[in-house]
Design a protein around this ligand. Sequence first.
Ligand code: GDP
Ligand code: IMO
Ligand code: MG
Length: 424
Amino acid sequence: MSVRVIVGSQWGDEGKGKIIDILASRADVVIRSAGGNNAGHTVKNGDEVYKLRLIPSGILYPKTLCLIGSGVVLDPKVILEEIDGLQARGVTCENLRIDPRAHIIMPWHIALDGMSEKMRGSSEIGTTKRGIGPCYMDKAERCGIRFYDLAHPELFAKKAKEVGELKNLIITKVYGEAPVDVDAVIAEYTEYGKRLSKYMADVSVLAYEACKSGKEVLFEGAQGTLLDLDMGTYPYVTSSHPISGGVCTGTGIGPTVVDDVLGIAKAYTTRVGKGPFPTELFDETGDLIRERGFEFGTVTGRPRRTGWFDAVIIRHAVRVNGLTGLAVNKIDTLSGIGDLKVCVAYKKSDGTILKDFPATLEELAECEPIYETVKGFSGDLSTCTSYDQLPEDCKAYINKLEELCGCPIKMVGVGPSREQNLER
Ligand code: GDP
Ligand code: IMO
Ligand code: MG
């Protein structure tokens, strides 16, 4: 039995949901510990496709306990829609538990997310406008509303009134926009609190007990390493800690319980939203990858930016997450597009070669990728049922990535379904 953390190694959307769903068939507990409904995790089971935003991707297995930790920001309306949607499709959510410490996304957070993006103009971050940043701001400011508060109507009304009126001052006086109707919000959200209160449980205690009693535990990362507030491409990041360390603070467990950290990557690179992307493609190859890989945001539907595999980024992910293995998805998307490029290092304008991802955007702006060209491969990979069946040139590409990243590639994805994952 093991305790395993699954993290995104690039800018999100690496196929974490698929890998969690596959591993969850053997897991007792799946835990989300960061982010909110900015995440969109796709799980394909037969012809059924589920797009999960807050609920852990282990939910399709009725015996798996699915936990939402204190580090998650919870939009109560969205999670109720998600619960209702799953139940309407015959998926039980009885095994869901939410930590009382999780912060609640309120309507003013969503409004302020949109307003601050508008104010930034051309230097906008390209957020999902789900209120994520403003909710984490209130958490750090120590004026946030937590799940415990939401589930206690009098406490909730008092806190929401205080903070809501303060937010309205910002909305009206700083942004010059119409205020939120705080009383109407309190009435609406009190009902959400009543419906959700049955899911409340101390996730730190449940997670600790599961880890200590030798259960199979999976931590489901959201977002990706390069979106981490500290280790990502700041300020073009999210407001939480998607890296493996975030699991400890966002669940309430110590790092000593973790056995393995599996990084999920795509066989190329994508990014939604703004910010630097050294290997981005602006040509037909980039369009081809987008079309063939259906690279459109799960949450916002925005076209994803596409580019070559960047080993500098993955080496950064290996280091900051302590990765013990990698799963590389979407190798099928690259089949038939011709020879492939892989970024092996960056070259600075003064000629210096960088093997490590730079700490600041200013340094990154001085860098250009150094590529190696690798022979392409062709054929329908989606029907391969074992690693050996992949074309030799495809295996050579995977070997090249492994050598450059310095981390064993343990799984390779050849399609979105559970079966389309080849163990290596
Ligand atoms: P997540 O946010 O990391 O869970 O990833 P998303 O679900 O947002 O995006 C990944 C997309 O790729 C989804 O549409 C998946 O169904 C799909 N996908 C995952 N693995 C593979 C793969 O190996 N091949 C192909 N073609 N699609 C995949
Ligand atoms: P999953 O879990 C891809 C990006 C947004 C934006 C930046 C900040 O599906 O991999 P935010 O709304 O969080 O303040 O936006 O972060 N972003 C993601 N990109 N996948 C995600 O999640 C993301 N969650 C946030 O596009 O650039
Ligand atoms: Mg996603």
